[in-house]
Design a protein around this ligand. Structure first.
Ligand code: GAP
Length: 439
């Protein structure tokens, strides 16, 4: 059997189409509000999408919060008092430059196109002067739509951490340096959302705010977090050669940052920001009038380093890197070579034939037993070859077939996703075998 792998570069622009199609076909990501014609750039995560996203978030939480002695977690509200964003500078500063075509009225981010050329959409209209467009997503709280009832959805999870600084230090007796991790939704009224789940108006972030004394060596702390981000990129199984670290220039950084490194990834649609790491100085705590009392009673305003990661972008990079096509004898095999830890389904269990009750019963028993330890799926649809293909496409590391030997000899066939190698394993030893393999 030939087993030629198609290099990603040969898939070119098609790779995104293939990923979007696989996500829809296999229940990872559906277009939002689809039965009503959709809502531009809104996406719903299906059964495998939510498992994959939860695995990414759980792995992040483990590494960035639970495995460390100097971190605690938080889950703050999405809607916050408008005074938070007045103090944080978001209402004034959190904007992108917008231009509009005078002919077709299409809008663009001025920093992403050549604004001296004709409109990129209709190719003839002149573009207006750039003006700043605030990205905060507005709504009204309560029954009256008045200026007083305006509130904003958070544009970053970070502000929930800053405004809880006193609650956190008081209740948890935290000593500098320490960090707070949070995973949650953020909202931005993006001018040009797009590229599937890359840029949306509703998305999820995983953020750490790491606080330290003003006279600590911030560069050293920054470099430590940079290394942790490298290690996270490794955990996702991304190719380090496709990651590019860009020191963001003065004037290009967010209003609160004194230094930012963007971690860019070679997506099929170009090199784009995947994660960010910023030195926010004491900008936020100072503006919220918050401080910290040292052991000798001094009041100081801690400084802060922020690794900020998008969940949806992590998932997209993961899908782009895991998507593989292999030429078999009469077929092309599509496989998601996801890291085992992140795969949505760990083990699929197949009775060889669905109309043989003893086989099905044994397969169900094995399924219910393994399900207590791993995320499993039972599949008795179509021939075994088709079932393998389906599991390959969702990235399931192990498939187990229960056949007549299983009834006679108490053995099953275990097939491994990447090598397609098959092994006969005694049912009695199956759980131990999988536990070792899935570690
Ligand atoms: N608290 C800092 C902050 O929010 P950011 O660079 O604006 O910094 C951090 O965002 C990360 O959040 C990005 O690197 C990206 O992974 C994700 N992100 C930002 N905007 C996004 C959007 N519109 N859609 C999806 N993910 C987004």
């Amino acid at each position: 059997m030939s087993n030629i792998q198609h290099p990603k570069s040969n898939m070119g622009d098609n790779l995104m189409e293939k990923i979007v199609s696989l996500c829809k076909r296999r229940g990872f990501v559906f277009p939002g509000s689809e039965i009503y014609g959709g809502l531009a750039n809104a996406w719903d995560y299906g059964p495998y999408g939510v498992l994959l996203k939860n695995n990414i978030k759980a792995a992040w939480w483990q590494k960035f919060v639970l495995d460390r002695d100097d971190m605690v977690g938080l889950d703050a509200a999405l809607l916050m008092n408008t005074k938070v964003y007045e103090a944080s500078g978001h209402l004034k500063e959190f904007s992108d430059p917008l231009v509009e075509c005078k002919a077709c009225h299409e809008r663009f981010r001025a920093d992403q196109i050549d604004i001296t050329a004709p409109c990129p959409a209709c190719r003839k209209g002149q573009l207006t002067e750039a003006k700043q467009f605030n990205l905060m997503l507005k709504t009204f709280l309560g029954p009256v739509e008045s200026p007083e009832s305006v509130v904003y959805f958070r544009p970053e999870t970070a502000q929930g951490i800053f405004v809880n600084f006193k609650n956190l230090t008081d209740t948890m007796r935290l000593k500098l340096p320490f960090g707070v991790g949070q995973i949650g939704k953020a909202f931005r009224n993006e001018i040009t959302p797009g590229n599937f789940i890359f840029r949306t108006r509703e998305f999820e972030q995983m953020e750490v705010e790491y606080f330290f004394a003003p006279d600590d060596d911030w560069k050293n702390i920054f470099e430590n977090w940079q290394k942790i981000m490298h290690s996270w990129i490794d955990d996702l199984g991304l190719n380090a050669e496709q990651i590019h670290e860009v020191d963001v220039e003065d004037g290009q950084r967010a209003h609160y940052s004194q230094k930012t490194i963007d971690f860019e990834y070679d997506f099929p649609f170009g090199r784009k920001e995947l994660f960010g790491l910023a030195y926010r100085t004491n900008f936020d705590l100072k503006n919220h009038n918050l401080n910290y009392t040292t052991d000798d009673g001094q009041k100081i305003i801690p400084h802060c380093i922020e690794p900020s990661l998008g969940v949806d972008r992590s998932m997209l990079a993961l899908l782009c890197s895991a998507y593989t096509e292999e030429e078999l004898e009469n077929d092309t095999r599509i496989v998601l070579k996801l890291p085992i830890k992140l795969a949505p389904i760990k083990v699929a269990i197949f009775p060889l034939l669905k109309n043989k009750p003893p086989l099905v019963e044994l397969a169900k028993n094995i399924f219910h037993d393994l399900k207590k330890s791993f995320v499993c799926e039972f599949d008795d649809n179509g021939n075994v070859g088709k079932r393998y293909r389906r599991q390959d496409e969702i990235g399931t590391p192990f498939c187990i077939t229960i056949d007549f030997d299983s009834l006679e000899k108490q053995t099953v066939t275990v097939r491994e996703r990447d090598t397609m190698k098959q092994e006969i394993i005694e049912i009695e030893k199956l759980k131990d075998y999988l536990t070792k393999k899935l570690q």
